[in-house]
Design a protein around this ligand. Structure first.
Ligand code: IPE
Ligand code: IPE
Ligand code: MG
Length: 244
């Protein structure tokens, strides 16, 4: 029989180190209430706070949130404007609290197309929280998994062309080292809300062996109990990584 201490250790060991979430369903949440989509996105930002707090409470090390995909530019201009305004408000209002909670904030994706003031807020959030070690919050913004892999390939080609890398030395580690946040562990658990069962170009390389969890609830309804249930589901899965 396992001692109480050993059981506690086992349970602690099984908390996913890195959880990645496709936060989907804000529009449907609003539509169900005959509210504008912008309200759904605003409530989605409240759910972000609960997810962050839940991850801190559960001892998760990295939380990656898919906030805006490289394909989301296809949406109507007014919705994109609402999302950018919300992001600005989030960064302005939440950064103190995140910093106080020892959260390190990082961004993946191409920040090039964003306005200068938004890019400044992003850099400031990163530099201000750089020394924090309790939770790393990665915000995927104008992020696309394929674009990230293409960019890594381009870096490899450049390194080969300029004599820094041997063709024979190109391996998985060489490519992974050229992704946007190469120092972070791969996600153990990828959650998507809203009932859709697809990855929508999220962390394609990094999710190779992630456990996938598709939840029917809409993102604005996500709370700490949802997170706890997701972790419990993760703990019931058997990860094999191709072994037996
Ligand atoms: C997720 O909610 C937020 C973003 C993609 C930015 P949606 O806006 O996709 O909501 P649904 O899928 O239309 O319900
Ligand atoms: C994925 O949701 C992107 C984010 C959550 C930011 P979408 O709502 O854009 O995905 P699709 O269009 O349903 O695949
Ligand atoms: Mg959606």
């Amino acid at each position: 029989m396992l001692s109480a201490q050993a059981i506690e250790k086992t349970a602690a060991g099984r908390v996913p180190r890195h959880i990645a979430i496709i936060m989907d369903g804000n529009g449907r949440w609003a539509a169900a209430r005959r509210l504008p989509r912008a309200i759904g996105h605003r409530r989605g930002a409240d759910a972000v706070r609960r997810a962050v707090e839940g991850c801190i409470a559960q001892g998760v090390s990295v939380l990656t949130l898919y906030a805006f995909s490289s394909e989301n530019w296809k949406r109507p201009a007014d919705e994109i404007e609402d999302l950018m305004a919300l992001l600005r408000i989030y960064l302005e209002r939440e950064i103190d609290e995140l910093d106080r909670n020892q959260v390190r904030v990082r961004f993946i994706g191409d920040r090039g197309p964003f306005s200068e003031d938004l890019r400044a807020l992003i850099s400031e959030a990163e530099s201000r929280t750089r020394g924090n070690g309790r939770l790393t919050l990665v915000i995927a913004l104008n992020y696309g998994g394929r674009a990230e892999i293409v960019e890594a390939c381009r870096r490899i080609a450049r390194d080969v062309a300029e004599g820094r890398l041997d063709v024979e030395a190109i391996d998985e580690a060489a490519l992974a080292a050229r992704l946007h946040a190469p120092d972070l562990p791969d996600p153990d658990l990828v959650i998507r809300t809203s009932g859709e069962q697809r990855l929508s170009n999220f962390l394609l390389w990094q999710s190779a062996y992630a456990e996938l969890l598709f939840l029917d609830l809409l993102w604005p309804d996500f709370d700490e109990a949802t997170l706890a249930a997701a972790i419990a589901e993760y703990q019931s899965r058997e990860r094999r990584f191709g072994g037996r």
